[in-house]
Ligand binder design. Structure first.
Ligand SMILES: [Zn+2]
Ligand SMILES: [Zn+2]
Length: 337
């Protein structure tokens, strides 16, 4: 018979010895909720993600293709497990989350599959900021919240109702995202004939990078992705950058001249290899092993057979010689990284 005190001492000793040698994935620093993982056609699953530092319930929306339908699906799936609407709430959970927990919008470009939810849900939304490059804000002001396509819920132009505050971002400069504990620095992307944006978001001492639609540099005749890889390489190297959200719109096999400013699995891996070479030129194959890569904007097909999501997931798994933590997003999911 061992005295209880001795057993306790042994347990403590084992515990304290074991703890430092346990190695697993580091504790997550961000929570993302996929409100829309597709990229059109289809109106109910368009690009939109909520992001907050772990432990915070003040979210920023990364694009806003589908809002309420995605919030509802995520709520029913239990993905908002740390959120409790107030006991005296008169709003349904999805209304409370839209109005009270989504604190701001980061919009990558003005294409409808990235703003449709923001427009049609706006009458029931709360007052908050819409952040984007000046060219994106101008599209929203002039062509969407313009009193003709939709009431002007912005704070500029004819008949402005001033529900939303436009905030123009400047490439190369980080600025606070009002209402959250996060900051954002934008990068210009090339998306066929349109200027798109990547957002480097900082919060809680870590960072996440969200890409709006983008083509590969080689097809776009651009160096925009190259510039992003150069900027973030040190953040990958020191572990600050935890995850990247990036699009793969089509499965492999689609010819480059029909990409219309989008990526395929082969092109994504090509671009990630360029990042890996900047992170660790001596050992690029190991350079991205701590990085989570969330694949977004998969375009559904109207054909029978395996879905583009299945095909893309399979092709990426096969090509992933960098060992990145691939996560093919699905509407309603909670993603921690
Ligand atoms: Zn799109
Ligand atoms: Zn687009």
């Amino acid at each position: 018979m061992f005295p209880l005190r001795l057993l306790l001492a042994l347990a403590l000793a084992v515990g304290s010895c074991a703890a430092p040698t346990v190695s697993g994935p580091p504790s997550p620093r961000f929570v993302a909720i996929a409100l829309g993982a597709g990229g059109g056609p289809g109106q109910d699953d368009l690009s939109a993600y909520l992001l907050a530092p772990a432990g915070s319930s003040d979210y920023v929306a990364l694009d806003a293709g589908t809002l309420l339908a995605g919030i509802k699906k995520a709520w029913n799936a239990g993905s908002f497990r740390d959120l409790r609407p107030p006991a005296d709430a008169t709003l349904a959970p999805e209304g409370w989350i839209l109005r009270e927990r989504v604190k701001a919008y980061l919009i990558s470009h003005g294409h409808l599959d990235h703003v449709a939810g923001l427009i049609v849900d706006s009458p029931e939304d709360g007052s908050k900021a819409i952040l984007g490059l000046p060219s994106t804000i101008d599209v929203i002001r002039d062509h969407l919240f313009n009193r003709r396509a939709w009431p002007n819920f912005g704070d500029e132009g004819e008949g402005a109702l001033k529900k939303y505050r436009y905030a123009r971002l400047e490439p190369g400069r980080a600025q606070a995202i009002a209402g959250t504990a996060m900051s954002v620095e934008p990068f210009v992307l090339s998306h066929a004939s349109v200027v798109s944006t990547a957002f480097l978001i900082g919060g809680g001492g870590a960072a996440a990078l969200y890409f709006g639609d983008t083509g590969p540099d080689a097809v776009e005749g651009s160096d925009r992705l190259s510039a992003v890889w150069t900027r973030i390489a040190p953040l990958v190297r020191d572990g600050t950058l935890r995850g990247i959200f990036i699009e793969v719109s089509y499965p492999d096999g689609r010819p480059d001249h029909l990409l219309f400013g989008h990526l395929t699995p082969a092109w994504l891996m090509h671009e990630l290899r360029r990042l890996a070479e900047r992170v660790d030129p001596t050992n690029p194959a190991q350079a991205l092993r701590r990085l989570t890569v969330v694949v977004t904007h998969i375009k559904p097909s109207l054909n029978t057979g395996p879905s583009p999501r299945e095909r893309i997931a399979g092709q990426l798994a096969e090509r992933n010689d960098l060992g990145v933590r691939l996560h093919v997003a699905e509407q309603g999911q909670r993603i921690e990284f």
